[in-house]
Design a protein around this ligand. Structure first.
Ligand code: BGC
Length: 259
């Protein structure tokens, strides 16, 4: 199993890459700015007997995505799994949001996923079937509960994830006949840097917990375990699905006592 994980130097991407490597996958650890962390991760993986190479690339650029596939070819001879995880937030009230804030989020979260997924499909076709995997290739998008839950103050982010949902489903519909499996994971509030403000203080965490029926903030490893499952033959019949890993955030917890 050979995988590319975008945005692998921190948060959910980091946990996914480590989990894949521990399961024996050879992993390209993509980062944009977290070079030190990605290099440290690669060393750690190698020390544990695994295979990993850190590769710097901006996934929002076609050239950046191409770099990842050149690296995976060169180091591991091909690719079986893409985890399109890299994502950013640039939050602002709607009327104050700059075009730059809008564009950055759409370019990384949506265009970047499109570019990397397109390159993956082309590689899967060129490689042909591989013994040991029922699918020709697997693509996992890192979406968000905000592909379904509207989010005031974050319209760029919610729009990018809403777009990602139909990108994933349309791709899955188009590519399933070739046995390319495309699915998404929609994490809720996972303890990473992207939402540090929402859990760092006790007051913030208490407020956040009101939105999570299961009563705890998620950890990156919660998401990594779901990614592992979606990446292997155990989930071979799962096609075009979004797996919510959110402690029940999607269940309208405010309605427990209202309505
Ligand atoms: C966002 C986080 C947020 C979570 C739940 C994620 O997609 O990146 O900032 O805490 O959704 O609202």
């Amino acid at each position: 199993m050979r995988a590319i994980v975008t945005g692998a130097s921190s948060g959910i991407g980091r946990a996914v890459a480590l989990a894949f490597a521990r399961e024996g996958a050879a992993v390209v650890l993509n980062f944009r700015s977290g070079q030190e962390e990605a290099e440290r991760m690669a060393e750690q993986i190698r020390a544990e007997g695994g295979r990993a190479v850190p590769v710097q690339a901006d996934v929002a650029e076609p050239r950046g995505c191409a770099t990842l596939y050149d690296a995976v070819e060169q180091h591991f001879g091909g690719v079986d799994i893409l985890v399109a995880n890299a994502g950013v937030q640039r939050d602002a009230a709607f009327a104050d949001m700059t075009l730059d804030e809008w564009r950055t989020v759409i370019e990384v979260n949506l265009t970047g996923v499109f570019l990397c997924a397109q390159a993956a499909v082309r590689r899967f076709r060129a490689q042909g079937p591989r013994p040991g995997s029922r699918a020709l290739g697997k693509i996992i998008f890192m979406s968000s509960v905000h592909q379904a839950i509207p989010w005031a103050g974050h319209v760029n982010y919610a729009a990018s994830k809403g777009g990602l949902k139909l990108l994933m489903e349309s791709m899955a519909q188009e590519l399933a006949p070739e046995r390319i499996r495309v699915n998404a994971i929609a994490p809720g509030a996972i303890r990473t840097d992207i939402n540090r403000e929402a859990w760092e203080t006790e007051a913030a965490a208490a407020k956040l917990l009101q939105l999570i029926p299961y009563g705890r903030i998620g950890e990156p490893e919660d998401v990594a375990r779901a990614a592992l499952w979606l990446a292997c033959d155990e989930s071979d019949y799962v096609v075009g699905t979004t797996l919510f890993v959110d402690g029940g955030m999607l269940l309208y917890p405010a309605f427990r006592e209202g309505g």
